[in-house]
Design a protein around this ligand. Structure first.
Ligand code: SF4
Ligand code: SF4
Length: 59
């Protein structure tokens, strides 16, 4: 999972849906802890700004 900082408006929606609490909010963007992330895809689906993408996704 990767967050595009230029698209993210720090709405916090992704943070609320992460079941493993892998998303941290910083001053200018959100950061996903990939050690913790289970790649469930929740954040990807709810982001209104479509700022989250699957890193290395070939599709
Ligand atoms: S893919 Fe799932 S586990 Fe990973 S950061 Fe998003 S909501 Fe959390
Ligand atoms: S849901 Fe999208 S726009 Fe909102 S904080 Fe998360 S990455 Fe940023």
């Amino acid at each position: 999972m990767k967050v595009n900082s230029s698209l993210c408006d720090i709405c916090g929606t992704c943070v609320a849906v992460c079941p493993v609490d892998a998303i941290r909010v910083s001053e200018f963007c959100v950061h996903i802890e990939m050690d913790v992330c289970t790649q469930c895809g929740n954040c990807l689906q709810v982001c209104p700004a479509r700022a989250i993408t699957v890193e290395g996704d070939a599709s």
